[in-house]
Design a protein around this ligand. Sequence first.
Ligand SMILES: Nc1ncnc2c1ncn2[C@@H]1O[C@H](COP(=O)(O)OP(=O)(O)OP(=O)(O)O)[C@@H](O)[C@H]1O
Length: 727
Amino acid sequence: MEPTIQEAYAEESERLEQVMREIDTQLKLLRSTPVYHGHEHTEQVLESIRETKRQQLGAATGEPYFGRLDFQEAGKPNPSPLYIGKVGVDREDNGELLVIDWRAPVASLFYSFTGGMDKAEYDSPEGLIEGLVYLKRNIVIRQQILQRVVDTYNRQGDSLAVTDEFLLYRLGENKDNKLRDIVSTIQAEQDKIIRAAKNTSLIIQGVAGSGKTTVALHRLAFLLYQYREQIRAEKMIIFAPNRMFLDYISGVLPELGVGHIQQTTYADWALELLDHEVKLAEPAARLKTWFAVGPERPAALPDTPIKYKGSTRFMNWLERCMDLFDGSYLPKASFSPWEGKVLAAETIRGWYEVENRHYPPAKRRERVLARIKRWLEMELNKVWEASQKKELKKKSSAKLRDYTKQWTEYSPFSLYRILLTPAERPSWLTEDLLKDLPVTMQEADNSFRKKQIDPEDLAPLLYIRSRLSGIESELLFDHTVIDEAQDFSPFQVALLNLHTRNSSFTILGDLAQGIHSYQGIESWHEFSDLFAEDSRAYFQLERSYRSTMEIIYFANEVLKRSEAETPLAVPVFRSGERVKLVQTTPAGASAAIMSAISDLRHTSDSSQAISTIAVIGRTEAQCAKLHRALTSAGLEPHLIEAGQQSYKGGLSVVPAFLSKGLEFDAVLIVDCDAAHYELTPQDAKLLYVGCTRALHALHIFYSGEPSPLIAGVTGDFVETEAVTASS
Ligand SMILES: Nc1ncnc2c1ncn2[C@@H]1O[C@H](COP(=O)(O)OP(=O)(O)OP(=O)(O)O)[C@@H](O)[C@H]1O
């Protein structure tokens, strides 16, 4: 018979006390053991194990576990309860597992089991284990106090389907300024991605709010647990679009007990590798041009060098260039240090092409020059007469300097520049090769003179670096995550592949949010083609967890009205207030926005009290103006600008293109009129990004003619309102 709620609660309280007593005893013992500071290796290792345990148990004391699954393995007489937590805890005296780490193979049942099935199974190191699930229970413990017990499945109960009640409870919570872990409610389709094998190139198309970023971070924690002998946190890397986004996601990995994973942007990583030889042009100028409205709006996607420079066609072109470079790099002449003494060109060629063939050209140059120097020293040693030797030494040093000088030493940038500057093109660059360079690339780039480059030059420069000097093994990653990957170019990903062992990738993005289409991709094939067929995998996440049904239905309408061919989000069954379409007069817009903010902050429904609100504008200039207006009204908003390092929460004013990746309890889209959002795929994506940032409430403001992307949207998920100046 199904236990009553009181019985379940009493049972779990007792169990919690038992587990906490055990953790407490173990912690006391560990804390009373003196920390070892000596040099004895074995003792150091033992101390490090104790320290890890101290930290893990310390973290587990407040909330030792969050779930329970009663599983009867085939062939075993009874089901046994498995408690799942962020870290495993076993009894000191008999080794019994009190809490199982969520990443352990058996814990996958807690996530993959969706009810209704006869048999459940999971992959273990010993093979497939089958059995029956009797109970799936969510348990909320806060600061050692049992707060909630929710059975989402009970074999003895009436319902055989796992309900989403607990998930909905979690999704209904409000957000602060940091993304959180989801270990207690990972969904089956997310779990598959998290637990995919390490040496896979995973590509994930996920709708807005489907948990892509969160899943990627949980996957890193999983890989570190599962492959702890093979990979290290310091060798894993996350690429995110900007520093503010990195700050926003920075809480998740520590919550999962994982540290030291590198987190960066592509530009920061690349500039570091290039020894900061080049400067990146201010990104603000490009963003301003690309997201301009009115007469400055950019024409349909221009066929600019940006796309070409991000293509694998360009990579192949550079590959051919580097092959030719390699073949012609060695000077043809022999080396004569003084009259009558010659080091034959053939000998030097042998050193270059045979002896050092395994080295890249820059290294070969270095090694061959060192070899010539050694040869010279030997020749000088054959001269006995002191004054003659001195003179020959002087002469030969000058000759060697000349020889070295003629053999130009290139940096990635100096080589790139001569390839793309017509007046400086080297003789080995054949007409055939030049013919294959698009016309748009034939012009000299003036900014190169000041060593200034654009973001799309980074991958080509790194490619040249890799061909010129090779990739040092300490620069290789064990696993690479690319978030917001739809804005990456194929060349960027191909380049990262050169830096990633076994093509172990998690690449995530959403084509519907591809607002930087001047540089990004149009289809995931552009990336999947870069990886071997048998080691790549593609997943699609269609359920959106962030927003209410009303918000998702509305955002989908926006997408449907443009010609953007992208998958639509399926909401979880969480209902909230309707999306508000508010028409104002131009003069009344600010007052209407402020009144909405005030209403949202003072909502009477405490379960929906709003703590983060974003006012989303179309351009940076418009946001700066709005920010001033809200500040003079005493509201203390934060203006989010390009280049910002952190996200503060509270009330933010942000241009739509910078809101990507973030989320807010409530979103107010302003100036959603026909001039600011036209009926184009680009504007639809931008508005879609803005709308899908909202968790609980979405208000859209416009004056004059509404944007064709929202005009006439009807349904039980929207309500309209007209605010006159006096109301
Ligand atoms: N299984 C889950 N349980 C609870 N919350 C979840 C779950 N999956 C996702 N979420 C929540 O949904 C929200 C969106 O997650 P996340 O930002 O990772 O999605 P995303 O796909 O990267 O979104 P976007 O592309 O729109 O930036 C977050 O608040 C996250 O905590």
